[in-house]
Design a protein around this ligand. Sequence first.
Ligand code: MLT
Length: 275
Amino acid sequence: MTSRATQNLATFTLHDGGGVPLVLLHGFPLDHRMWVTCAEHLPPGVRAIGVDLPGAGHSDLDGYPPSIEHIADAVYRTMIEAGEGNAVVVGHSMGGYVALALAERHPGFVAGLALVDTKSTADTEEARAKRLRIAAAVDESQTVDAVLGMPANLVGATSTEQRRGLFPLLDSWIRAQSPAGVAWSQRAMAARPDRTAVLERLDAPVAVVVGAEDTITPLAEAEHMVQAAGSPSGPAMGDAALTVVPGAGHMAVVEDPQAVAAALGLLHTHVVAHH
Ligand code: MLT
């Protein structure tokens, strides 16, 4: 069943072009701005639309209980109402959880799927309990203080040494989020199921991208998704391709935007050929 979003999500054209677009879904606790530089590095003619997920950036919460499925339906409805019949859906981390729910609920919309520093497995009980504790702390303080320490884990060891400018940037993005949105998103992520089987069923090209230094959704999670989607076939790209970005962590999209853009460009080419 498709849940009803009472309003459409905020969208941003981040790269001009024609044909099937890339729809870029951000991670937590961020918004579409994490994609801006990466989108600038896309090959000419590849259209990219950034979305602010409910409660993030310019998109409000609409009173619906926390649910990744509801986010997926809101993205779908927003795109359909904007006249986009299908898209290459690209999800970073929490955006990847949404992308998998979108592929499960609206498979005809997904012409291709890119999963960037994310995973298809559910949370452990421990991780779930931690999310609920953070959500409660954010509610109680009415600030995002409980997630301000995240950048130290989000970027990899190389960026911690060599890309210090990412810290104030990530910090400014996180501070701009609403406490209500942060708490809602944590509860939505805590409730999500394992969606590995979605990859086994999906009839569309898949690209999996992971920073070699990602400690939040590490390489083993990426390999698990590639295996589910099909046999890894390297640069020629069969059912699923794996790109490991050296010198980058969980935020490969901002740590090495060119490398991620190259992988997304390849997937887009493959989707166009597949059609
Ligand atoms: C994200 O980057 O979206 C989060 O770290 C994902 C998560 O908390 O599972």
